[in-house]
Ligand binder design. Sequence first.
Ligand code: 5GP
Ligand code: ZN
Length: 114
Amino acid sequence: MTCIFCQIVSHQLPAEFLFEDEDLAVFKDINPSAPIHLLIVPKKHFDSLNALDEKNGNIMTKMWMTAKKIAEQQNTQNGYRILINTGREAGQVIFHMHMHLMGGWGSRAKPGKR
Ligand code: 5GP
Ligand code: ZN
């Protein structure tokens, strides 16, 4: 298994987990670009959003709901961003579909445009 996120969600590689259940894991981005920068990662491997279809797309609902819940837990519900890079041209570098959850600006430096 060479996929780094498959290895993280199966605990073969370390990461700072905040949440995990049978379907997905939430852990800190190793190179954060916001005070709070988390990755919401399905345990099942999909190369990208392009690999989803009607049969397996319900994982996205769970990812959105998890993002909302974690944003509340992290006390950043007043300001957060969700991002899914899809394809190299958009900057996807890890080809295991994942959602970025960025926030935590509060009184700190405000986010720039992305
Ligand atoms: P992408 O550009 O594919 O949407 O985002 C990949 C993200 O994964 C980047 O923000 C990068 O910092 C993060 N990342 C890459 N390798 C690792 C790793 O080994 N551990 C963790 N926790 N994050 C990683
Ligand atoms: Zn994978």
